[in-house]
Design a protein around this ligand. Structure first.
Ligand code: AHM
Ligand code: MG
Length: 334
């Protein structure tokens, strides 16, 4: 039984014991990810003190400015993961193509898909940011990876989660046996189980959306948000909470209950299908929320059932408490 206060390493080992066929490969991969996150966390906490702040002056594959901390986080994760010999490829939000494993390292059966530093445009203003990860298993024989090996629906993730660098650093992850939260104690250099078996509320009063785009939305999206905001007898007055950092908005709503939305912005040519990326951002959070009793949809399909067409595909994203997501589906079904 997982016990509050146990370290994340103990938790991973406990999970392994429940699966006698486990070789330890997955545990090794996850530990490397935890190590990378500790380094990123310490760097994020010192960001204001070093000249690492600010833009690296490069535009990434999505046409956005890459921050220096994004690069640092990406490199740190790649460096620690390739060494394990347990991954056969990686996909990062900041890199256009599949990241191959250099020949000098052995290759394993896992594929790591990640957003190194989500919400990074908020670094300069001390807002919580995070690292999002999704772990897939290569299905075909051999260790050479093609794009088809990577384009798996979220339902096939073997694990997923995120690290949030906030007032404390936390890790929330799932392997399909509940969602569990760990809080980092820098003095001990360890994550301790603080939130075992997270359950998201059935319904919440928080809604999180960038309403600045209201005039770009489809009519049914406008009607949905108007409905959420309209006071009705018997319904709780809603609270609008939007940080603009997905991990932070998601994390708050996971515990307090509610709904996060990033819809398609039909009239904005830059993001007609929304901004968030299916594989790096939406799938991992959808897996976590489902394990916590919540749901995620693009308005018509369960996020976890979408067959990705490209690694950086963007989708409309609605995620949160099950009752709140049902309302989204009622409005957006046509
Ligand atoms: P990023 O991964 O480049 O940081 O972009 C994703 C971020 C999310 O964290 C957040 O939900 C969203 O962008 C905010 O976008 P907007 O400013 O359009 O509301
Ligand atoms: Mg992101």
């Amino acid at each position: 039984m997982p016990q509050r206060g146990m370290t994340v390493t103990e938790h991973i080992i406990l999970g392994m014991r429940a699966h006698p066929e486990a070789t330890g490969a997955f545990a090794q991969l996850l530990s490397a990810l935890v190590t990378a996150a500790k380094i990123i966390s310490s760097e994020v906490n010192r960001a204001g003190l070093t000249d690492i702040l600010g833009s690296a002056g490069v535009i990434n594959v999505q046409g956005e400015e890459v921050q220096k901390m994004d690069e640092f986080a990406e490199k740190t994760i790649i460096r620690h993961l390739v060494r394990t010999g347990q991954v056969c490829a990686m996909v990062s939000e900041e890199t256009a193509d599949i990241i191959p494993i250099p020949d000098r390292y052995p290759k394993g059966k896992y594929i790591l898909v990640f957003d190194p530093l989500d919400g990074s445009s908020n670094i300069d203003v001390n807002v919580s940011i995070g690292t999002i990860f999704s772990i897939l298993k290569k299905e075909g024989p051999g260790n050479d990876v093609t794009i088809q090996d990577v384009l798996q629906p979220g339902r096939k993730q073997v694990a997923a989660g995120y690290f949030i660098y906030g007032s404390s650093t936390m890790m929330v992850y799932t392997t399909g046996e509940g969602a569990h939260g760990f809080t980092y104690m820098p003095e001990a250099g360890e994550f301790f189980l603080s939130h075992p078996d997270i359950r998201t509320p059935e319904e919440g009063k928080i809604y999180s959306v960038n309403e600045g785009y209201y005039n770009y939305w489809e009519d049914n999206m406008k009607e949905l948000v108007d409905y959420i905001k309209t006071p009705e007898p018997g319904r709780r007055t809603p609270s609008d909470r939007y940080i603009g950092s997905l991990v932070a908005d998601f994390h708050r709503n996971l515990f307090k209950g509610g709904l996060f939305m990033y819809p398609s912005n039909l009239r904005d040519p830059k993001m007609p299908t929304g901004k968030l990326r299916l594989m790096c951002e939406c799938n991992p959070l959808a897996f976590v929320v489902e394990q916590a009793g919540g749901r995620a949809t693009d308005g018509k399909r369960n996020i976890l059932d979408i067959e990705p067409q490209e690694i950086h595909q963007r989708v409309p994203f609605f995620i949160g408490s099950p009752r709140n997501v049902e309302i989204v589906e009622e409005f957006l079904k046509d």
